[in-house]
Design a protein around this ligand. Structure first.
Ligand code: SF4
Length: 347
């Protein structure tokens, strides 16, 4: 039996029953694909259901506010993806009459849709002959064919894309693509793949040569950058001072607190630090350390310190990005996880 037939047979018996596998609607598939880029299936499923309940069609999605979208997105990280989805929904309504595209060449022009997602949506919704290449596919191909080119290099990507497209079962690209991805997700897993009961083990290079754990090859990533955010908690009655993050940076358009970013982790008594706090909040401002959290992002480590502030003077006309909001309103605003957790623990 061929590689393709083995995979499809295995899939028909072992596949998980997932809601987005029962539809050819490109909008619904797009929702699932973008959410699953962020998280594993079990964690992504409730997000998928919530998005579909709130926005049953692309027009519903487009007419939501960005804050509503980011609120539903909370907890998934990479907030730019939530914003890109909103922009894409609006573009589809304006330029495609509200009909979500199904062809690769239209999809690839949309914000937040790269090569993998365009191939997946076009193949699953219209049967277009495009091979999807995600982490699962890289792993299955690297192991089965014994390819040791690093998968996160341009050369590796080119080689794997070429092979994936040569192997594509063109009569039913959706079925084949689903099969190889699912096979990578639950059979040829990153750790402890089920090689002894694998239908491909007779011809699998990695299994036969005892190099399963060495494939696929990935080059080590550059070290993550450390950043140091010092947040100040100012309250007045049931109001709290918040900042909308308007700059082009992580967490753009989410809400946090007044912040001073420093080059290193500073003690609340550090003279330069105290001086910069007094420049903003007046000479009598008293700083009290509350807590420290380390927050890991894909490319950055955010070291977060929270300080409460008393006896401050705050001149709102000098700080347009800062606003007083009630704690109830703060609940509704989209926030990074580290801020959401702090509020839950302290208010
Ligand atoms: S034998 Fe093991 S490594 Fe090879 S394809 Fe099967 S599960 Fe993957």
């Amino acid at each position: 039996m061929t590689f393709q037939n083995e995979l499809i047979n295995w899939y028909l018996i072992n596949k998980r029953d997932l809601p987005w596998r029962h539809t050819k609607d490109s909008y619904t598939i797009w929702l699932s694909e973008i959410i699953l880029q962020q998280t594993r299936v079990e964690q992504g499923l409730p997000y998928f259901n919530t998005f579909l309940e709130n926005f049953p069609s692309v027009s519903d999605f487009a007419s939501a506010t960005e804050a509503q979208v980011l609120n539903l997105w909370q907890g998934l990280g990479y907030y730019s993806r939530g914003r890109n989805m909103h922009a894409t929904a609006q573009l589809v309504v304006n330029n495609y009459n509200g009909t979500f595209p199904t062809l690769h060449d239209d999809l690839i022009k949309l914000k937040g849709i790269g090569e993998y997602t365009a191939a997946a949506i076009s193949s699953f919704s219209s049967g277009e002959a495009r091979a999807v290449v995600d982490g699962n596919v890289f792993r299955v191909l690297a192991r089965y064919f014994g390819i040791n080119t690093a998968i996160n290099t341009p050369e590796g990507k080119k080689q794997f894309f070429k092979l994936a497209n040569e192997l594509l079962f063109r009569e039913d690209s959706a079925l084949y693509n689903q099969a190889i991805m699912e096979f990578g997700a639950i059979q040829c897993k990153p750790k402890s793949p089920k090689c002894s009961i694998c239908p491909l083990n007779i011809d699998c290079f990695a299994y036969r040569n005892n190099v399963v754990n060495q494939l696929p090859v990935k080059l080590a990533k550059a070290e993550k950058k450390n950043r140091y955010f010092n947040y100040f908690i100012l309250t007045e009655g049931d109001k709290i001072l918040v900042r909308e993050r308007k700059k082009r940076d992580i967490w753009q358009h989410l809400y946090d607190f007044p912040c001073i970013e420093t080059e290193m982790l500073l003690d609340g008594n550090d003279l330069d630090f105290v001086e910069s706090v007094k420049n903003i909040f007046g000479n009598n401002a008293e700083i009290t350390f509350v807590s420290y959290k380390k927050h890991l992002l894909t490319h950055q480590i955010i070291n977060v310190q929270f300080f409460s502030l008393k006896n401050y003077i705050f001149n709102s006309s000098k700080h347009e990005e800062l606003n007083w909001v009630s704690l109830n309103t703060l609940d509704e605003l989209p926030k990074p996880n580290v801020i959401r957790n702090f509020i839950e623990e302290n208010f």
